[in-house]
Design a protein. Structure first.
Length: 121
């Protein structure tokens, strides 16, 4: 039986971590410290993988299900959602590296040998 919002809200921590299962591999991991973390368990090429969707209440039940459905769609297309997420994250990091300042400093370093010290300064 799928989880309901009141069940998620009222989940209390215990001595050890436990899982509240929703459906199709989605579950809520309740940690001893009180954290409620959304996880999605799936298989790619016979290997089990785990994808994290965020912490409750920042990521609610509806949003976790939406993210799970997106991951299922990617699996049906033959794409590993975990690998796809890593690529997206790497692309974001790469985009952040190419700021105007870093490009300008690289350009300055490239042409430094052509200029006099006073001009370079």
């Amino acid at each position: 039986m799928p989880l309901s919002e009141p069940q998620v809200r009222s989940a209390k921590p215990s001595v050890s971590a436990f899982k509240l299962y929703d459906s199709e591999g989605l579950f809520l991991l309740v940690t001893p410290s009180g954290g409620k973390l959304w996880r999605y368990r799936f298989k790619v090429d016979g290997r089990e993988k785990l994808l994290s969707f965020g912490a409750y209440p920042k990521v609610g039940l509806a949003m976790a299900r939406k993210k799970r459905n997106t991951a299922i769609e990617k699996l049906q297309e033959g794409v590993d959602p975990a690998a796809d997420w890593r690529e997206v994250k790497a692309a974001r990091t790469q985009t952040k590296r190419h700021t105007f300042k870093t490009v300008a400093l690289d350009w300055h370093q490239l042409h430094l040998h052509e200029w006099t010290p006073a001009y370079a300064k």
